[in-house]
Design a protein around this ligand. Sequence first.
Ligand code: BDR
Ligand code: CA
Length: 325
Amino acid sequence: MALLSGNAATAADKIDLIIDTDPGADDVVALLLAMASPDELNIRAITTVAGNVRLDKTSRNARLAREWAGRTDIPIYAGAPRPLLRTPIYAANIHGAEGLPGVPVHEPTLGLAEGNAVNYLVDTLRKAKPHSITLAMLGPQTNLALALIQAPEITQGLKEVIVMGGAHFNGGNITPVAEFNLFADPEAAEVVLGSGVKLTYVPLDVTHKILTSEARLQQIAGLDNRAGQLVGDILNEYVKADMLHYGLPGGPVHDASVIAYLLQPELFSGREIHMSVDSREGPTFGQTIADWYGTLKQPANVLWIENGDAQGFFDLLTERLKRLP
Ligand code: BDR
Ligand code: CA
């Protein structure tokens, strides 16, 4: 009896999580961090979307991450092959032609789950206990937008949605003002914003403060396991383009901050603000308008994360990767 109630308490404390992702170098690091954290995260599924590269490659890379983490218990559903309305864009210039720089890729043994990510989201969130499921969105928000258009009532199952995306103080990374995930599908982000679900944004403002360094890459690559070696090799290659472009001493690992925020929110700080997304054609397409000072006198609709503890993040990442094969 004591054992049963002990287990129940532990299960209740865990975050019931779906990760929606477009791997992507930093997505793979995020997935490994999440899959190495079973005490805190109950990963129900990984859903994939086109983004950094085509859907077949993002889905293959998600399956590679699962294989590397030894977490064949987690189903992976492929979702939308293109954005809601706009022409697809990719980021092979940053993530390489395969979407995974610095390491060789292969066809993983285990395939995709049968069915589609959008249907999976609709079915799962419809049946879920009220406000019980957390969704980590690490790419364009197309899958969730399609699910919400089809079945708006599924917000009932969502506890919160944590988005890697947007930029305010930092400026953009795909245009001077737009961040890639929002630029890749701004209409999808608008659907999610309009759904009323509890939203946290982890924008470039914070991810560009959590940079690699020689020492931080060393602490990862120096781990005596495959995961440390892989993440060391991936990051070593991935950060080069950003370091060159921005003249930074290290590179950001954007998506992994979403998982770190779930595991150790005390590493981060932000403010509840009103934000919107510009989906009009023109130079500000995909820009997030983050009303940090409340100038518009609109009710807050997101928690906008603005700061993070960089060394705390890399210590957490290193400690978790150490647990993997
Ligand atoms: C975001 O864009 C993608 O290239 C990364 O994977 C991350 O999700 C950063 O702007
Ligand atoms: Ca991503």
